[in-house]
Design a protein around this ligand. Sequence first.
Ligand code: PLP
Length: 396
Amino acid sequence: MLAQRTALLNPSGTAAARATAKAAAAKGEEIIDLTAGEIWADIAPSVREGAIAAISRNLNRYTDTIGLMELRHALACKISAEATQPWSADEIAVTSGAKQALFNAAMALLNPGDEVLIPAPYWTTFPAQIVVAGGKPVFIETRHNNFVPRLTDLVAAITSKTKAIVVNTPNNPTGSIYDRDILAGIAKLAIDRDLWIIFDECYGAFAHAPHTHHPIVSVAPQARDRTLIVNSFSKSLALTGWRIGYLAGPKAVISAAKTLQSHTTSNPNVIAQHALLHYLERGDPAFQLQLQNHVANARARGLSILSGLTSVPSPAAQGGFYFYLDLTELLRRTNRNGREFNADDVVNALLTDAGIATVSGTAFGDPAGVRLSYGIDLELLDKGLQRLTATLNTWN
Ligand code: PLP
C-alpha cells in the first residue's frame, strides 16, 4: 500500500533511544537520559530580543524561499570570517536546520546509483537521506585510526560511481576532530577524483583544546567550488527547536536547492530568521562563552569519572558534546550465556540495571560503541556517569 521508499528507511536510532528513555521515565522509573543530541541551556539574550521584536513588528508573512536577504548577507560575513575568504549572499541558502540543508544537498547532487563515501561510525541521517535521494552510501571504517578516515581507505572505496564524500567534523557520534593534514588530503582527493565534499560542521563551536576546528575551505581554498558547507544554530546556540541552519556552496547548487525548497517547505520560520539576524548583527559573546564553558566543564567532569572504567578506554572527546565509548574490549571479555553481546545489549542493560539511557553504536553503523551526551545538567551527568562506570566495571 505504501510507496517502496518507505521501506528503505528505519526510524532514526537516536530518536528511538530518546523515546525508550521517555517511556521508562513515564512508568515512574528514575532514568538519567544521556541520549540527547542537544544542550540544556537558556535562549541567548540577543536571540530572544530579536524574536520578540519580530513578533512585536507583526512579522507573519512568507520571506524569500531561501531566507531574508539581510540574513543571507549576515551569514556571508560569518562564513567569510570562518573560511578566511570572501563569501556572498547568493552562495548561501537559509534552511530549516542543518537536516534540510543536507537533504537539499543530496537531492541536488545525486543521480540514481551515485555512491557517497561516509566515514563510519556516522550520524544516522547521512545514509538515510542519501538513500531517499536514490544514492548509495559506502561506509569507510575509522575505528582503527582514532575515528578519522585514512586516505588509503577512502581511495580504495572510490569507483566510477562515486560522487561525493561526507566530512563531519567535529564528528557525531565519535567526537573526533579532523586535523589540517587529513582535511587537505581529502580536498586533494576530491579535486583529483572529481568528487563533491559535503562538509558538516554543526559542532564546530565546540572544539576542545588543544584541538581546533578547521573549515575545509580555509585549509584548501582550491576545493571551494566542489564543497557544500552545512551548518546550523541548533548546537552552537542550543536552538534545536528553532529549526534554523544554512547550506553554503556554488551558486548553481544554491539555485537548485532554492527550487527544491520552494516546492517543499518554502522559507524557514520568519521569527527564527529575524532572531538569528539580530544575533548575527549584535553578537552575543557572553552567552557563547558561557555555553562553551558549560560544555567544557561537563566534558572535564565526565572524563574524570569515565577514567574509572576498567575495560573501556577513555574517549577522546576532541569536539562536540558526546563521549563515544569503544566497547570492543568489554564485549570481548563479556560473554554471558555463551553468546556474543553487542552494543544494543549494553545499552539495554544500562537502562534496566543502572537507569541510564544511552544510544547504541548500532544507530551509527557500529555494533561496538555507545554514545553518551554530556550536554545535560551537570549534577545529572555526574550521577549518570558514576552509575554507568560502576555498572560496566562489574562486567569485567
Ligand atoms: N548534522 C549532524 C552531524 C548532527 O548531529 C545533526 C543533529 O543531531 C544535524 C546535522 C542536524 O541538525 P539540525 O538540528 O540543525 O537539523
